[in-house]
Design a protein around this ligand. Structure first.
Ligand SMILES: *[C@@H]1O[C@H](CO)[C@@H](O)[C@H](O)[C@H]1NC(C)=O
Length: 417
């Protein structure tokens, strides 16, 4: 290659490597070639370098070859195949990346990243996937780096484990001014809530229109900065519906979206096994101080099919949790429930004594059930609630529709670039 390039005019070079599902001998051949190219005197021509699934056995060689400036580099993807403790050196890319427009790092630890980012003020997209514990960067250092990124449109920050928690002893008070990210439209975060809070306290993103948050389980969630961001983001103000999906032994998902859109503008996933913890965690994040909730007119609650629901749902404990969760949705007119969850949500509503029957979902007009329609059009488990609403002068109609998942397609799918 070197000889061939010598005879050619100076052309930009794009290198792309993906090792997934390849034979070991082929991987060795390809990785060897890429390493040679990085080490060669032509490295300065490389404008795009997309490495997916770097074997850990090549990590050191690649990182070593990249301890120098790549002046023409506009796109770098550096995904390591396994999470390792090996860190990229501070001198990675010679410590500066002035033309870089897209940077995607995955499974790799790079403690010197904030310094590199200070020179990367052409970045449009920054994705940091599955940062290992050894690659922890404080929210303060990250916010300082972000403050120079006037072109950044998409930012993904994902930690591998909940150990990425800011040290409570060294959490400084929020600064008086925030740095504005004038181009940022998309923010994806995966980590612990304290981290997101510390980061959000330092930035402002007036054009944001897509926010995806994944939290690791926690005892309690205190997220005023997140609430403030959602409340003040212009594009979220036109959302009219919300979606809750409990997920068996895994996580609970929540989304806020517009009727015209099938992917949520704001999505939230909380990793947690037990249903009552799933519900109480979600209720903490989606508390009444998230004012947007009180403007939504439709709430969908869905659960995946569970073969033996009794072992999963323990109605007595969860009844209060359901009421607590639905509390902030004071403008909801349509409550849409999938077949299994309907029974439990409706039982929770039935628990409301007659004089309190409009305390939760006061504006409710329709309960829309999906699944097989039984002979009686109003199932037993909801007759009491319907009657009580009728008496209170706030009648509720029960409707049926054929089963169709209203779960937006992209919800829960954590983008992997
Ligand atoms: C990242 O590391 C994890 C754990 O070592 C591994 O399972 C995963 O496949 C890696 N991701 C990619 C995209 O290589």
């Amino acid at each position: 290659m070197s000889e061939m390039l010598d005879d050619w005019p100076v052309l930009p070079v794009v290198i792309s490597l993906t090792t997934y599902s390849s034979l070991k001998s082929y991987i060795d051949l390809c990785c060897g070639n890429v390493a040679d190219a990085l080490e060669s005197e032509h490295h300065y021509r490389i404008c795009e370098l997309k490495l997916s699934g770097i074997p850990t056995s090549y990590l050191e060689r690649f990182a070593g070859a990249m301890r120098k400036p790549f002046q023409e580099l506009t796109f770098l993807r550096f995904w390591v195949k396994e999470n390792t403790v090996t860190s990229l050196p501070d001198s990675f890319l010679g410590g500066s990346a002035p033309l870089l427009r897209q940077l995607v790092l995955g499974n790799c630890s790079f403690p010197g990243l904030p310094k590199l980012l200070l020179s990367a003020n052409h970045l449009h997209r920054l994705s940091l996937h599955r940062i290992p514990d050894s690659g922890y960067v404080s929210p303060q250092d990250l916010a300082t780096a972000l403050s120079v990124m006037s072109r950044l449109e998409s930012f993904l920050l994902g930690f591998r484990s909940p150990r990425s928690r800011p040290d409570p002893a060294s959490r400084p008070p929020p600064p008086l001014t925030r740095s504005v990210l004038p181009a940022l439209t998309r923010l994806v975060f995966r980590g612990v809530h304290e981290y997101l809070e510390d980061l959000l306290a330092q930035i402002e993103a007036p054009l944001l229109n897509k926010l995806d948050v994944f939290f690791f389980m926690d005892v309690d969630f205190v997220v005023p900065q997140l609430h403030q961001l959602i409340t003040h983001t212009e594009s979220f103000k036109t959302c009219d519906r919300a979606f809750v999906c409990t997920s068996y032994y895994h996580a609970i998902q929540f989304g806020i979206f517009r009727e015209t859109n099938d992917s949520p503008e704001f999505s939230l996933e909380i990793k947690c096994r037990k249903l009552d913890r799933q519900l109480s965690s979600l209720a903490q994040v989606c508390s009444p101080s998230l004012l947007l909730l009180s403007t939504l007119v439709r709430l969908d609650i869905e659960d995946p099919f569970i073969p033996n629901p009794r072992s999963y749902w323990k109605d007595d404990l969860e009844t209060t949790r359901w009421l607590e969760l639905m509390g902030p949705f004071t403008a909801v007119k349509d409550l849409c429930l999938s077949s299994q969850v309907a029974q439990y949500v409706c039982q929770a509503l039935e628990e409301l004594a007659e004089e309190r029957v409009t305390e939760v979902l006061p504006e409710l007009q329709n309960i829309v059930l999906s699944g097989f329609r039984p002979l009686e059009s109003i199932p037993k488990y909801i007759q009491g609630f319907v009657a009580a609403r009728q008496l209170s002068g706030h009648p509720v109609a029960v409707r049926w529709r054929n089963y169709s998942s209203i779960r937006p397609r992209s919800l829960g799918a954590f983008p992997s670039d």
